[in-house]
Design a protein around this ligand. Sequence first.
Ligand code: ASP
Length: 320
Amino acid sequence: MFSRRNFLHTTIASSGTLLLRRSLRRQPTVARMPVVVSTWDFGQKANVKAWEILSKQGRALDAVEEGVKVIEADASNMTVGVGGLPDRDGKVTLDACIMDEYGNAGSVCFLEHISHPISVARMVMERTPHVMLAGEGALDFALSQGFKKENILTKEAKQAWEKWKKSAEYKPIINVENHDTIAMLALDHQGRLAGACTTSGLAYKLHGRVGDSPIIGAGLYVDPDIGGAAATGLGEAVMRTVGSFLVVELMRQGRTPQEACMEAVERIAKREKQPRDMQIGYLALDRNGEVGAYSLQKGFTYALQDEKHSTTVAAHYYLK
Ligand code: ASP
Protein backbone atom coordinates (compact mmCIF):
# COMPACT_ATOMS: atom_id res chain seq x y z
CA MET A 1 0.00 0.00 0.00
CA PHE A 2 1.24 3.50 -0.81
CA SER A 3 2.23 5.60 2.19
CA ARG A 4 4.12 8.85 2.50
CA ARG A 5 6.72 7.12 4.65
CA ASN A 6 7.34 4.45 2.03
CA PHE A 7 7.38 7.07 -0.65
CA LEU A 8 10.04 9.09 1.21
CA HIS A 9 12.06 5.94 1.92
CA THR A 10 11.99 4.93 -1.74
CA THR A 11 12.83 8.44 -2.89
CA ILE A 12 15.75 8.72 -0.50
CA ALA A 13 17.03 5.25 -1.38
CA SER A 14 16.82 5.87 -5.08
CA SER A 15 18.32 9.34 -4.88
CA GLY A 16 21.19 7.76 -2.91
CA THR A 17 21.70 5.29 -5.75
CA LEU A 18 21.47 8.16 -8.21
CA LEU A 19 24.11 10.16 -6.34
CA LEU A 20 26.40 7.12 -6.24
CA ARG A 21 25.82 6.59 -9.95
CA ARG A 22 26.65 10.25 -10.66
CA SER A 23 29.75 10.30 -8.49
CA LEU A 24 30.96 7.09 -10.11
CA ARG A 25 30.24 8.54 -13.51
CA ARG A 26 32.27 11.64 -12.62
CA GLN A 27 35.36 9.54 -11.94
CA PRO A 28 37.93 10.42 -14.56
CA THR A 29 38.08 7.82 -17.27
CA VAL A 30 41.31 7.37 -19.11
CA ALA A 31 41.28 5.40 -22.31
CA ARG A 32 43.79 2.68 -21.70
CA MET A 33 45.21 -0.11 -23.73
CA PRO A 34 46.46 -2.64 -22.94
CA VAL A 35 44.67 -3.39 -19.70
CA VAL A 36 43.69 -6.50 -17.80
CA VAL A 37 41.24 -6.92 -14.93
CA SER A 38 40.32 -9.98 -12.96
CA THR A 39 38.14 -10.98 -10.06
CA TRP A 40 39.26 -10.96 -6.42
CA ASP A 41 42.63 -10.16 -4.86
CA PHE A 42 44.07 -13.42 -6.17
CA GLY A 43 43.48 -11.98 -9.65
CA GLN A 44 46.61 -9.90 -9.15
CA LYS A 45 48.84 -12.98 -9.54
CA ALA A 46 46.96 -13.90 -12.69
CA ASN A 47 47.29 -10.34 -14.02
CA VAL A 48 51.08 -10.48 -13.65
CA LYS A 49 51.18 -13.41 -16.07
CA ALA A 50 48.68 -11.83 -18.43
CA TRP A 51 50.67 -8.60 -18.39
CA GLU A 52 53.84 -10.42 -19.49
CA ILE A 53 51.95 -11.19 -22.71
CA LEU A 54 50.08 -7.90 -23.10
CA SER A 55 53.15 -5.74 -22.46
CA LYS A 56 54.99 -7.56 -25.27
CA GLN A 57 52.16 -6.67 -27.66
CA GLY A 58 50.67 -10.13 -27.31
CA ARG A 59 47.11 -11.19 -27.98
CA ALA A 60 44.40 -10.67 -25.33
CA LEU A 61 43.21 -14.25 -25.81
CA ASP A 62 46.64 -15.67 -24.90
CA ALA A 63 46.86 -13.28 -21.96
CA VAL A 64 43.56 -14.36 -20.40
CA GLU A 65 44.25 -18.06 -20.91
CA GLU A 66 47.75 -17.92 -19.44
CA GLY A 67 46.61 -15.55 -16.69
CA VAL A 68 43.83 -17.70 -15.29
CA LYS A 69 45.99 -20.84 -15.62
CA VAL A 70 48.15 -19.44 -12.80
CA ILE A 71 45.18 -19.71 -10.44
CA GLU A 72 44.04 -23.06 -11.85
CA ALA A 73 47.49 -24.46 -11.01
CA ASP A 74 47.60 -22.92 -7.52
CA ALA A 75 46.70 -25.75 -5.13
CA SER A 76 46.32 -23.31 -2.24
CA ASN A 77 43.30 -21.72 -3.95
CA MET A 78 40.33 -23.91 -2.99
CA THR A 79 37.84 -22.50 -5.48
CA VAL A 80 39.54 -22.96 -8.85
CA GLY A 81 41.28 -25.85 -10.65
CA VAL A 82 43.77 -27.99 -8.68
CA GLY A 83 42.92 -27.80 -4.99
CA GLY A 84 39.28 -26.83 -5.64
CA LEU A 85 36.78 -28.07 -3.06
CA PRO A 86 34.81 -31.09 -4.28
CA ASP A 87 31.08 -31.65 -4.63
CA ARG A 88 29.19 -33.43 -1.85
CA ASP A 89 30.35 -36.80 -3.22
CA GLY A 90 34.00 -35.81 -2.99
CA LYS A 91 34.50 -35.20 -6.73
CA VAL A 92 36.12 -32.03 -8.05
CA THR A 93 34.15 -30.93 -11.12
CA LEU A 94 35.31 -27.90 -13.06
CA ASP A 95 33.58 -25.27 -15.20
CA ALA A 96 35.36 -22.85 -17.57
CA CYS A 97 34.82 -20.76 -20.65
CA ILE A 98 36.70 -18.39 -22.92
CA MET A 99 35.84 -15.83 -25.63
CA ASP A 100 38.06 -14.17 -28.21
CA GLU A 101 38.11 -10.87 -30.09
CA TYR A 102 35.74 -12.16 -32.77
CA GLY A 103 33.06 -13.25 -30.30
CA ASN A 104 34.05 -16.92 -30.68
CA ALA A 105 33.40 -18.98 -27.58
CA GLY A 106 34.45 -22.28 -26.05
CA SER A 107 33.39 -23.92 -22.84
CA VAL A 108 33.63 -27.03 -20.69
CA CYS A 109 31.50 -27.95 -17.73
CA PHE A 110 31.30 -30.75 -15.18
CA LEU A 111 34.85 -31.70 -16.19
CA GLU A 112 36.88 -33.96 -13.88
CA HIS A 113 40.59 -34.85 -13.60
CA ILE A 114 41.99 -32.01 -15.72
CA SER A 115 44.04 -29.23 -14.14
CA HIS A 116 43.56 -26.63 -16.91
CA PRO A 117 39.92 -26.61 -17.99
CA ILE A 118 40.41 -23.16 -19.55
CA SER A 119 42.80 -24.62 -22.13
CA VAL A 120 40.32 -27.38 -22.94
CA ALA A 121 37.65 -24.67 -23.40
CA ARG A 122 39.96 -22.85 -25.81
CA MET A 123 40.45 -26.07 -27.79
CA VAL A 124 36.69 -26.62 -27.94
CA MET A 125 36.49 -23.12 -29.45
CA GLU A 126 39.36 -23.54 -31.87
CA ARG A 127 39.28 -27.21 -32.82
CA THR A 128 35.62 -28.26 -32.82
CA PRO A 129 32.45 -26.95 -34.46
CA HIS A 130 30.89 -26.69 -30.96
CA VAL A 131 30.80 -24.19 -28.09
CA MET A 132 30.38 -26.43 -25.05
CA LEU A 133 31.37 -29.94 -24.00
CA ALA A 134 30.25 -31.52 -20.74
CA GLY A 135 31.36 -34.23 -18.33
CA GLU A 136 32.78 -37.42 -19.80
CA GLY A 137 32.60 -36.08 -23.33
CA ALA A 138 34.67 -33.06 -22.31
CA LEU A 139 37.17 -35.37 -20.57
CA ASP A 140 37.44 -37.67 -23.62
CA PHE A 141 38.01 -34.63 -25.81
CA ALA A 142 40.69 -33.28 -23.44
CA LEU A 143 42.51 -36.63 -23.42
CA SER A 144 42.33 -36.81 -27.22
CA GLN A 145 44.06 -33.41 -27.33
CA GLY A 146 46.95 -34.58 -25.15
CA PHE A 147 45.81 -33.49 -21.67
CA LYS A 148 46.71 -35.91 -18.89
CA LYS A 149 44.25 -37.32 -16.38
CA GLU A 150 45.31 -36.07 -12.95
CA ASN A 151 44.18 -36.26 -9.37
CA ILE A 152 43.19 -32.66 -8.64
CA LEU A 153 41.65 -33.36 -5.21
CA THR A 154 44.35 -32.24 -2.80
CA LYS A 155 44.81 -33.58 0.72
CA GLU A 156 43.59 -30.26 2.17
CA ALA A 157 40.43 -30.20 0.02
CA LYS A 158 39.68 -33.83 0.91
CA GLN A 159 40.11 -33.09 4.62
CA ALA A 160 37.78 -30.07 4.37
CA TRP A 161 35.16 -32.23 2.63
CA GLU A 162 35.46 -34.94 5.27
CA LYS A 163 34.96 -32.36 7.99
CA TRP A 164 31.94 -30.92 6.14
CA LYS A 165 30.39 -34.39 5.85
CA LYS A 166 30.33 -34.81 9.63
CA SER A 167 27.77 -32.05 10.22
CA ALA A 168 26.25 -31.17 6.85
CA GLU A 169 23.74 -34.04 6.53
CA TYR A 170 24.68 -34.26 2.83
CA LYS A 171 22.89 -30.95 2.18
CA PRO A 172 24.51 -28.37 -0.11
CA ILE A 173 24.57 -24.94 1.54
CA ILE A 174 24.38 -21.54 -0.04
CA ASN A 175 26.56 -18.95 1.62
CA VAL A 176 28.91 -16.17 0.63
CA GLU A 177 32.06 -18.05 1.54
CA ASN A 178 32.41 -21.44 -0.06
CA HIS A 179 32.96 -20.42 -3.68
CA ASP A 180 34.87 -18.01 -5.95
CA THR A 181 35.91 -17.77 -9.56
CA ILE A 182 38.80 -16.29 -11.44
CA ALA A 183 37.35 -14.33 -14.33
CA MET A 184 39.60 -12.13 -16.43
CA LEU A 185 38.96 -9.54 -19.14
CA ALA A 186 41.74 -8.07 -21.27
CA LEU A 187 42.16 -5.50 -24.01
CA ASP A 188 45.43 -5.72 -25.92
CA HIS A 189 47.51 -3.11 -27.72
CA GLN A 190 45.53 -3.67 -30.93
CA GLY A 191 42.21 -3.18 -29.14
CA ARG A 192 41.39 -6.89 -29.19
CA LEU A 193 39.17 -8.00 -26.32
CA ALA A 194 39.05 -11.42 -24.69
CA GLY A 195 37.73 -13.01 -21.53
CA ALA A 196 38.19 -16.20 -19.52
CA CYS A 197 36.39 -17.63 -16.53
CA THR A 198 37.22 -20.77 -14.52
CA THR A 199 36.06 -22.30 -11.24
CA SER A 200 35.41 -25.45 -9.25
CA GLY A 201 32.00 -23.93 -8.44
CA LEU A 202 30.14 -24.15 -5.16
CA ALA A 203 31.81 -26.35 -2.59
CA TYR A 204 29.83 -29.49 -1.72
CA LYS A 205 27.28 -28.89 -4.49
CA LEU A 206 25.10 -31.72 -5.79
CA HIS A 207 27.04 -33.98 -8.13
CA GLY A 208 26.26 -32.73 -11.64
CA ARG A 209 25.65 -29.11 -10.66
CA VAL A 210 26.94 -26.64 -13.24
CA GLY A 211 27.19 -22.96 -12.37
CA ASP A 212 27.20 -19.76 -14.40
CA SER A 213 30.93 -19.74 -15.10
CA PRO A 214 30.95 -21.95 -18.24
CA ILE A 215 27.68 -20.51 -19.57
CA ILE A 216 28.33 -17.97 -22.30
CA GLY A 217 26.33 -14.85 -21.40
CA ALA A 218 26.03 -15.78 -17.71
CA GLY A 219 29.55 -16.11 -16.26
CA LEU A 220 31.26 -14.35 -19.17
CA TYR A 221 30.41 -12.43 -22.28
CA VAL A 222 32.58 -10.55 -24.77
CA ASP A 223 31.19 -8.49 -27.59
CA PRO A 224 34.14 -7.22 -29.61
CA ASP A 225 32.29 -4.01 -30.57
CA ILE A 226 31.21 -3.10 -27.04
CA GLY A 227 33.20 -4.73 -24.25
CA GLY A 228 33.23 -7.69 -21.93
CA ALA A 229 31.74 -8.64 -18.59
CA ALA A 230 32.23 -11.46 -16.11
CA ALA A 231 30.60 -12.66 -12.94
CA THR A 232 31.51 -14.24 -9.67
CA GLY A 233 29.24 -15.30 -6.84
CA LEU A 234 26.17 -17.48 -6.65
CA GLY A 235 25.91 -18.85 -10.19
CA GLU A 236 22.21 -19.68 -9.95
CA ALA A 237 21.30 -15.99 -9.53
CA VAL A 238 23.63 -14.98 -12.36
CA MET A 239 22.16 -17.62 -14.69
CA ARG A 240 18.60 -16.59 -13.89
CA THR A 241 19.38 -13.08 -15.13
CA VAL A 242 21.93 -13.96 -17.88
CA GLY A 243 24.15 -11.52 -16.02
CA SER A 244 27.25 -10.95 -18.17
CA PHE A 245 25.24 -10.64 -21.36
CA LEU A 246 22.99 -8.17 -19.56
CA VAL A 247 25.96 -6.03 -18.49
CA VAL A 248 27.30 -5.93 -22.06
CA GLU A 249 23.86 -5.14 -23.50
CA LEU A 250 23.45 -2.29 -21.01
CA MET A 251 26.84 -0.93 -22.13
CA ARG A 252 25.62 -1.19 -25.72
CA GLN A 253 22.64 0.97 -24.74
CA GLY A 254 25.00 3.64 -23.41
CA ARG A 255 25.60 2.78 -19.75
CA THR A 256 29.16 3.08 -18.50
CA PRO A 257 30.71 -0.24 -17.37
CA GLN A 258 30.08 0.89 -13.78
CA GLU A 259 26.42 1.74 -14.38
CA ALA A 260 25.88 -1.52 -16.24
CA CYS A 261 27.32 -3.60 -13.38
CA MET A 262 25.16 -1.69 -10.90
CA GLU A 263 21.99 -2.29 -12.83
CA ALA A 264 22.69 -6.01 -13.22
CA VAL A 265 23.31 -6.38 -9.46
CA GLU A 266 20.18 -4.36 -8.62
CA ARG A 267 18.11 -6.64 -10.78
CA ILE A 268 19.27 -9.65 -8.75
CA ALA A 269 18.80 -7.81 -5.45
CA LYS A 270 15.20 -7.05 -6.35
CA ARG A 271 14.37 -10.46 -7.74
CA GLU A 272 15.98 -12.81 -5.21
CA LYS A 273 14.05 -13.64 -2.03
CA GLN A 274 17.12 -13.75 0.20
CA PRO A 275 19.78 -11.55 -1.37
CA ARG A 276 21.62 -11.22 1.95
CA ASP A 277 22.49 -14.91 1.86
CA MET A 278 24.43 -14.61 -1.35
CA GLN A 279 27.21 -12.65 -3.01
CA ILE A 280 27.30 -11.54 -6.63
CA GLY A 281 30.12 -9.53 -8.21
CA TYR A 282 30.28 -8.18 -11.75
CA LEU A 283 33.34 -6.88 -13.52
CA ALA A 284 33.18 -5.08 -16.87
CA LEU A 285 35.67 -3.65 -19.34
CA ASP A 286 34.62 -1.69 -22.38
CA ARG A 287 36.50 -1.37 -25.60
CA ASN A 288 38.09 1.93 -24.49
CA GLY A 289 39.58 0.28 -21.46
CA GLU A 290 37.08 1.74 -19.00
CA VAL A 291 36.40 -0.55 -16.04
CA GLY A 292 33.33 -1.09 -13.88
CA ALA A 293 32.72 -3.36 -10.89
CA TYR A 294 29.87 -3.73 -8.44
CA SER A 295 28.66 -6.36 -6.02
CA LEU A 296 25.65 -7.26 -3.97
CA GLN A 297 27.50 -7.20 -0.65
CA LYS A 298 30.67 -5.77 0.76
CA GLY A 299 33.79 -7.78 0.07
CA PHE A 300 34.11 -8.09 -3.68
CA THR A 301 37.49 -6.96 -5.00
CA TYR A 302 39.12 -6.96 -8.39
CA ALA A 303 42.68 -6.65 -9.63
CA LEU A 304 43.70 -4.21 -12.34
CA GLN A 305 46.89 -3.95 -14.33
CA ASP A 306 47.72 -1.40 -16.99
CA GLU A 307 50.75 0.67 -17.88
CA LYS A 308 50.37 2.85 -14.77
CA HIS A 309 48.68 0.63 -12.20
CA SER A 310 49.05 -2.75 -10.63
CA THR A 311 46.48 -2.76 -7.91
CA THR A 312 43.48 -4.33 -6.25
CA VAL A 313 40.28 -2.35 -5.80
CA ALA A 314 37.35 -2.87 -3.43
CA ALA A 315 34.15 -2.65 -5.46
CA HIS A 316 31.18 -0.53 -4.41
CA TYR A 317 28.22 -2.62 -3.29
CA TYR A 318 24.44 -2.56 -3.04
CA LEU A 319 23.38 -3.95 0.35
CA LYS A 320 24.48 -1.61 3.11
N1 ASP B 1 29.98 -18.40 -9.91
C1 ASP B 1 30.56 -19.59 -9.37
C2 ASP B 1 29.54 -20.69 -9.39
O1 ASP B 1 28.40 -20.46 -9.08
C3 ASP B 1 31.10 -19.43 -7.97
C4 ASP B 1 31.72 -18.09 -7.63
O2 ASP B 1 32.18 -17.37 -8.49
O3 ASP B 1 31.75 -17.72 -6.45
O4 ASP B 1 29.91 -21.80 -9.67
